[in-house]
Design a protein around this ligand. Structure first.
Ligand SMILES: [Zn+2]
Ligand SMILES: [Zn+2]
Length: 303
C-alpha cells in the first residue's frame, strides 16, 4: 500500500534561502492529509502537483505562525473553487476562534463543512481512524502547547494465491472474505481455510512527525520503532544555547532521539535561516544516526 510523505516547507520561522515554513502532505492509499500549513502552503501544493482537493484532514501541531499562517488562504481558496466536501482540522482549539474571526471579518460563508477537533497535549490520543489508518497525537515540549502526530497504517488485506483458488466452486464475493482472513464453505459444502489459500498482506508502517520541540526523552515512548521519523533540527550543536532558549532541538539531539527510538530512518527539518547551507546539519545528525536525510522541499519519501 502507498504511504508517502511529501515535503512542502522545511524552514523555521520565516521563508529564506528558497525554503519555506513547515508543511507536509502525508498520503496513505487514497487518503491525503496536510500536516502544518505555513504561509504560502497552497502555492507549494500547486507547484509540486499534489492532489490538494483530496485533502480532507489537516493536522496543526501548534499555533506559532510558521505552522498555520497559510491556513486561511488555503481554506478560502477551496471556497472560491467551490469545494463542497467537508474538511476537519485537528489543532489546539483556539484555532477555531482565529479562523471564525477571519471569516467573520470578510463576511465569508464557506460552501463546505469545516470541523475542528481539539488536540490535547496531555498524553497520546487517537484523533482519526478508518479502515486503512490511524492518526494519534502525542505531546511535544515547546514554548506553547504543541503535539506531534503518529500516522499508522493498518494491516493490508491478505493476498489470494491464484493457483490455490483457481477452479474452486466459489462465488466472487467469497474472495473478499478470504482476503479478510475469513474461512468459507464452497458450493459443494467443503470448508476452505482462508490462511491456506492466501498470504499475509504488506506489514503496516508508521510515520512519526515531531515539529517544534526541545530535546526530551519522553518522546521516545510514543515513536519507538517508527519506520520514518521527522524531527525538527533547527540548530547545530554550536548554537545549543539558542536551541534551549527557544525550546528547539539541535541536529545532534534529533539524531539521539532517532537512535533511542530505534526508528528506521530520520528526516530533519525546520532549519534556522542562519544556515544557508544545510550540509553541516546533515553531517552532525549522521554522526549519531547514519540513515538521516534532509527534509528538502519537493522531495517525496516512502515510509
Ligand atoms: Zn516553528
Ligand atoms: Zn514553534
Amino acid at each position: 500500500m502507498d504511504f508517502h510523505v511529501h515535503i512542502l516547507g522545511s524552514n523555521s520561522a520565516i521563508a529564506d534561502h528558497g525554503r519555506h515554513p513547515t508543511s507536509q502532505v502525508v498520503s496513505i492509499s487514497n487518503h491525503y492529509m496536510l500536516v502544518d500549513c505555513g504561509e504560502g502552503t497552497q502555492e507549494r501544493l500547486k507547484e509540486f502537483k499534489v492532489k490538494w482537493f483530496r485533502i480532507d484532514h489537516i493536522f496543526i501541531s501548534h499555533l506559532h505562525g510558521d505552522h498555520y499562517y497559510g491556513l486561511i488562504g488555503l481554506l478560502t481558496t477551496y471556497n472560491l473553487l467551490k469545494r463542497t466536501q467537508p474538511l476537519t482540522i485537528y489543532s489546539p482549539l483556539l484555532l477555531k476562534d482565529i479562523i471564525a474571526l477571519q471569516l467573520k471579518a470578510s463576511q465569508t460563508q464557506l460552501n463546505y463543512e469545516l470541523k475542528f477537533i481539539d488536540t490535547k497535549d496531555d498524553g497520546q490520543h487517537l484523533l482519526l481512524e478508518n479502515e486503512q489508518l490511524e492518526v494519534h497525537s502525542f505531546p511535544l515540549y515547546h514554548k506553547i502547547p504543541t503535539t506531534g502526530f503518529l500516522f499508522k497504517q493498518k494491516e493490508g488485506e491478505r493476498r489470494l494465491l491464484v493457483e490455490k483458488v483457481e477452479g474452486l466452486p466459489i462465488e466472487r464475493t467469497d474472495y473478499a472474505l478470504l482476503k479478510k482472513g475469513i474461512d468459507i464453505t464452497d458450493k459443494e459444502g467443503n470448508r476452505i481455510n482462508a490462511e491456506a489459500v492466501t498470504v499475509a498482506g504488506s506489514s503496516p508502517k508508521t510515520y512519526a512527525f515531531c515539529s517544534d520541540t526541545t530535546y526530551n526523552k519522553s518522546l521516545v515512548s510514543h515513536i519507538t520503532d517508527a519506520d520514518l521519523l521527522y524531527h525538527e533540527a533547527t540548530f547545530l550543536e554550536n548554537d545549543r544555547e539558542r536551541a534551549e532558549e527557544t525550546k528547539h532541538s539541535t541536529a545532534l539531539q534529533a539524531a539521539q532521539i532517532a537512535k533511542q527510538s530505534n526508528v528506521k530512518k530520520l528526516l530533519i527539518g525546520h532549519f534556522s535561516s542562519r544556515y544557508p547551507d544545510l550540509s553541516d546539519l546533515l553531517k552532525e545528525a549522521q554522526s549519531v544516526f547514519t540513515n538521516t536525510a534532509l527534509a528538502e522541499e519537493g522531495e517525496v519519501f516512502e515510509v
